[in-house]
Design a protein around this ligand. Structure first.
Ligand code: SAM
Length: 339
């Protein structure tokens, strides 16, 4: 009984505080609280309020909530970031989730307010949430406005920076010298791959709207083993490579479109070439994979899939000898070889 009561009170606590908890994080991040306190640790609430152009009463409430969540420390009413905030919330940190937090606030939160409709209809909710019908999620929703595009790319970049190393090092890829990261966005995973595999060069292939921003994300890059090519992976010829990477690509699309893409990859591959998937595999066990499945329902035309669903899709295009590594770092890695 004591255990059950403990469980109930924990559940009630999470349930009651959850919207406030998330909104406190989103708001502090959007108003630049963590960036400010990284630059100027030890400010009091009035000083923070002045810098972020907010009311002292509101700022006190927000800072107090951040302290209670372990994001800030307060000593005699002076505030500074905790190690957690320095690592993940300060926007210039190498592992910053700032971009993804903004995406959650501006895009996912409105989409999830229509989750009931998503469940009833089995479709994403962009039209309800943003009043626009999207034939192509990327070109019609994210890329027809410069600031929305940058926000989306920042979100992808931040998750790829946190997970890229685990994906890049999951398998021995030393026999692959040329890779093509299809839908490779900012190149974050490509740079992790060249870091982990000194002999490998990687072509990032993405839509022109994305490729034109590549300098923005790597202004001082010196690694000439990473290059960018603009194109549409459903329509255009794919760059030649002996390893094709699909990181969080297949989960965006329904099976019909996945088959179009996998057929093109299968046709471009000779025996021994491979496909490396980075996806959250549905496993029926972890909350993260189940919740990520719901996330894809509300956001995309696609879905998260199980390991055997991916193996089945790939086998129809001549890929076998599949191996999976559960990285325990959001994205699992899945390798399949062209037979
Ligand atoms: N692979 C990156 C990662 O894991 O961080 C980005 C994943 S993001 C969910 C999907 C990517 O696919 C975006 O960069 C998007 O621009 C790209 N994409 C969508 N449709 C595409 C198309 N038809 N041709 C090429 N790239 C496309």
């Amino acid at each position: 009984t004591v255990k059950t009561l403990g469980y109930i009170s924990h559940f009630v606590f999470v349930f009651i505080t959850f919207p406030t908890l998330l909104q406190a994080l989103f708001t502090a991040s959007k108003m630049g609280v963590f960036d400010l306190l990284q630059r100027k640790p030890g400010l009091d609430a009035a000083q923070v309020a002045q810098e972020i152009k907010a009311a002292v009463k509101g700022t006190e409430g927000l800072l107090g909530a951040c302290v209670s969540l372990g994001l800030l420390q307060s000593k005699e009413k002076f505030y500074k970031n905790t190690d957690l905030a320095t690592r993940y919330l300060w926007s210039d940190s190498p592992f910053s989730l700032h971009g993804y937090i903004q995406h959650c606030n501006e895009t996912l939160w409105p989409l999830f307010s229509h989750l009931e409709s998503a469940v009833r209809e089995g479709t994403n909710q962009h039209e309800r949430a943003f009043g626009k019908k999207a034939n192509d999620l990327f070109q019609d929703t994210y890329y027809n406005n410069q600031s929305v595009k940058l926000r989306f790319m920042n979100a992808m970049h931040s998750i790829a920076k946190v997970t890229g190393k685990a994906v890049a090092t999951a398998f021995d890829l030393s026999s692959y010298k040329t890779a093509c990261d299809l839908g490779g966005c900012t190149g974050a995973i490509a740079y992790e791959l060249t870091k982990a595999h000194p002999e490998m060069s990687v072509t990032v292939f993405d839509l022109p709207e994305v490729v034109e921003m590549s300098e923005h994300f790597h202004p001082s890059h010196t690694d000439n083993r990473v290059s960018f090519v603009a194109g549409d992976f459903f329509k255009d010829e794919l760059p030649k490579a002996d390893l094709y990477i699909l990181a969080r690509i297949l989960h965006d699309w329904p099976d019909e479109k996945v088959h179009i893409l996998l057929k093109k990859i299968g046709d471009a591959c000779t025996p021994g070439c491979a496909v490396l998937l980075a996806e959250t595999m549905l496993d029926g066990q972890t909350a993260y994979s189940a919740l990520q499945g719901l996330n894809m329902l509300a956001q995309t035309e696609g879905m998260e899939r199980t390991e055997s669903q991916y193996a089945d899709l790939l086998s129809k295009h001549g890929f076998g000898d599949t191996r999976v590594v559960r990285t325990m770092n959001f994205l699992d890695a899945f390798l399949a070889v062209k037979m």
